[in-house]
Design a protein around this ligand. Structure first.
Ligand code: ADP
Ligand code: MG
Length: 741
């Protein structure tokens, strides 16, 4: 029996639905995974109009022109656009593609597409496949339904998408249906960014410029610096039927009720355990799709919580890596359907069990192939490493609040600061060896240096190489950790678009590198030797940014106290965190570097606040409805049985036993009463919040006045779950959601 909303079964009792779902979940057959070829290299990238395809489908001349356009930002003329469009069309048609779409990342937190057929009507009722440069470069989707934060008046619905040639077009297959997707930015008619990609590209440009300028101190051949990203994506996987039997998961993406199971993750038997075969088939299917799309998915494993998993591709340039992560999330959703599974990307789908993050492994690489965060075996190169390393720490220290804001979302609020997730306090972990190196640099920096390499020894910079050997110095509790040759921004939420966090990270680093260069140049102008000038400025930075460095357990209460002493902020909620975007300090970084204009920045914060309000509102409504319409009725049904029972006992003259029954009956009544009065009070709090005028006031009211009811209502509902006859309980329980595979 398939669970189908149109079928009669949908009208059966909810508690029955639970048991049908359980039966279905327990008897799934694993779908056959069709492997397209023996070796991955035989089909890797086959659905991408990348360099290889371009070479084949463009003339040599046009291919060269295209490369110059992408690499040097040379002009895109009509001939080139037409040539690329023509090549793309032929390539796509040969592969059975019928439609094309501009693919973009609006601020709704998903990706968007509007499909157009390739053919156009010609005379005599015939059609012809057409696709010109103009259609490649620019489209005007109806923008009125995407959030704009008031930038676009409703009467001016126009916004347009513009081709991003740095991310190759690709084909999405869905059954026999194939669509050519062209990555684009999405901007308003008055050119304000309405998407995630536009500011990211601007931040990447800023960090390229600033880092390249700093590299000049060390290597004149460096003309470009790319920021790199490798995303570890965590997610939960549950059976599709069980998912649909949990209306809270359907509505809110997380469970609003559910008592902790007898067994959770305390045995730690899931992490790196063998992957269940059903999940393995799912993973294999995703990998095949990913490889066709040129997404270099490399690792897969179980995560800490039951039914929690992780996958990670090899790092790439940020823009591409982020497109790939967005695409991967789409693929995972689609493939899960085939396997009758549901992917939960929510940061905290289950209370009391680990949440999910998206670890952003980030670094900077030069056009000469050097990873600027790779400590080297040569002391001299390590000065370059230390320059970037220390500047990044300084940037995070300086802009910790903005970094915190960049990961703020209603979902992540449930995860950050929970006892197993990075805290909402920003800090940087660097490991024992690098701590020693920085200490040495700080204390011995002010020395007279005459000759070259001697300096490195005196400064302790020569001591860095061992880190290459010892990569075990890990701290999993840090929100921002150095992991040998890259930083890992772990506080990013699993459902987030990395662009939000990475726009900020690259922007603050760019800003910091510009300041560094100015400071060093000023010393050099005064006659200080270059290396000494660099070391002197780094020394100051090490001192100034010391408070942000923390090597201990980030999950501990001691750290919360210690951080407070150090003056670090611990901003627990999104509405409060988002304020940091609008501080003078942040505006300097974001507006002065041209990453946002003032209108865009304010609009974006408004959108994020509004999104917070909407999500909390949905949860609050769903919570109220399910409590009143499902949980209380189930409790009352059970209570009626108990009343019958009590009467029966009394009839038999068993007064004392009847009295025990009455105690349980009373207990149920008390929970029911508390739930009811709290749901009513929560509705009143919502009304008050809705009546407020500004996006900020409303979001704050939802956070401080509405949300606190969630825990109270849930507490009593979960108590009822423990009391009520299992047969009558409407929702699949945690043990069923997490352990039925
Ligand atoms: P772990 O952090 O679990 O040890 P890895 O070291 O393999 O795992 O890396 C995790 C992610 O970091 C992968 O996506 C990997 O490609 C990425 N990564 C490695 N080096 C870099 C780099 N220089 N820049 C960005 N990401 C990187
Ligand atoms: Mg990692």
């Amino acid at each position: 029996m398939a669970l189908n909303h149109n079928s009669k079964q949908f009208f059966i009792k909810m508690s029955k639905l639970r048991f049908i779902a359980l039966e279905q979940a327990a008897s799934r057959k694993i779908p056959v995974v069709e492997v397209p070829a023996k070796k991955v290299s035989d089909y890797y990238g086959s659905n991408v109009f990348g360099e290889d395809a371009m070479r084949t489908y463009l003339s040599a001349d046009m291919f060269k022109k295209f490369q110059a356009y992408v690499e040097k930002g040379e002009d895109l003329d009509e001939t080139l656009a037409d040539a690329v469009a023509a090549g793309m069309k032929t390539w796509a048609l040969e592969r059975g593609v019928t439609h094309y779409t501009h693919w973009f990342q609006p601020l709704t937190g998903a990706t968007a597409e509007k499909h157009d057929a390739f053919f156009e009507p010609t005379s005599g009722g015939r059609v012809l496949e057409k696709f010109k440069g103009g259609a490649l470069i620019r489209q005007e989707p109806d923008a009125s339904s995407f959030p704009s934060g008031g930038i676009r008046n409703t009467f001016e619905a126009r916004g347009y998408t513009a081709w991003d040639p740095t991310s190759p077009a690709f084909i999405i297959e869905s059954g026999t249906n194939k669509t050519l997707c062209i990555p684009t930015v999405f901007v308003s008619y008055t050119s304000e960014a309405l998407d995630q990609k536009t500011p990211l590209l601007k931040a990447l440009h800023a960090v390229d410029k600033a880092a390249t300028a700093v590299c000049e101190y060390f290597d004149k051949d460096v003309v470009k610096v790319h920021a790199t990203l490798g995303v570890e994506q965590e997610y939960f996987l549950i059976d599709r039927a069980l998912f649909y039997a949990r209306p809270d998961l359907v509505m809110a993406g997380r469970t609003l009720f559910g008592h902790a199971p007898a067994k959770g993750q305390q045995l730690e038997d899931h992490y790196f355990g063998s992957i269940p075969s059903r999940v393995r088939a799912f993973m294999q299917d995703i990998e095949i799709e990913a490889y066709k799309l040129g997404i270099p998915l490399r690792t897969r494993h179980n995560e800490v919580a039951p039914s929690q998993f992780e996958c990670a591709p090899t790092f790439e340039d940020i823009n591409l890596a982020n497109d790939h992560n967005q695409l991967l999330m789409d693929i995972m959703d689609k493939i899960a359907e085939k396997h009758e599974l549901k992917v939960l990307f929510h940061e905290k789908p289950f209370a009391g069990i680990n949440g999910s993050g998206k670890h952003n492994n980030w670094s900077l690489a030069t056009n000469t192939g050097v990873n600027l965060l790779q400590p080297s075996s040569k002391a001299k190169e390590n000065l370059q490493f230390l320059t970037f390393f220390v500047n990044i720490i300084k940037a995070v220290h300086e802009h910790a609040d903005l970094m915190r804001a960049s990961i703020a979302s209603s979902g992540n609020d449930f995860r950050l600061g929970a006892n197993e997730a990075p805290p909402a306090i920003m800090s940087v972990f660097i490991g024992k060896q690098l701590t020693e190196v920085l200490d040495e640099l700080e204390h011995n920096g002010n020395i007279k240096i005459d000759k070259g390499d001697n300096m490195y020894m005196k400064l302790g910079i020569d001591k860095i190489p061992p880190i290459l050997l010892d990569n075990t110095d890990r701290n999993r509790t840090s929100p921002f950790a150095f992991t040998g040759n890259k930083f890992e921004f772990r506080a990013v939420g699993s459902s987030a678009n990395c662009a939000t966090a990475l726009t900020v990270l690259n922007a603050v680093v760019a800003d910091q590198l510009v300041k560094f260069k100015t400071a060093v140049d000023a010393l050099i102008d005064k006659g200080t030797k270059k290396e000494v000038a660099i070391v002197n400025v780094l020394r100051e930075y090490i001192k100034e940014s010391k408070a942000i460095r923390f090597e201990g357990n980030g999950y501990s209460d001691e750290w919360v106290k210690e951080a407070k002493k150090r003056g670090l902020s611990n901003v627990k909620t999104t509405p409060q965190a988002l304020n940091a975007y609008l501080s003078k300090k942040s505006e300097k970084v974001l507006i002065d570097q041209g990453i946002f204009n003032k209108v865009e920045l304010h609009a974006r914060v408004d959108i994020m606040l509004h999104s917070y309000t909407l999500k909390t509102q949905i949860e609050s409504r769903a919570l109220g409805n399910f409590a009143m319409n499902q949980i209380i009725p189930s409790a009352l049904e059970y209570q009626s049985k108990l009343i019958e029972n009590a009467k029966g006992l009394k009839d038999l003259g068993l007064k004392e036993e009847a009295g025990h029954m009455v105690d349980i009956i009373k207990e149920i009544s008390a929970h029911v009463h508390t739930i009811k009065t709290n749901v009513e009070a929560m509705i009143e709090a919502r009304k008050t919040a809705n009546a407020l005028n500004s996006a900020e006031d409303t979001a704050v009211a939802y956070c401080d006045k509405v949300k606190p009811y969630f825990d109270t209502i849930r507490y009593h509902a979960d108590k009822l779950e423990l009391m009520v006859d299992d047969d009558l309980w409407p929702f699949p329980k945690y043990r069923e959601l997490l352990f039925v595979k």
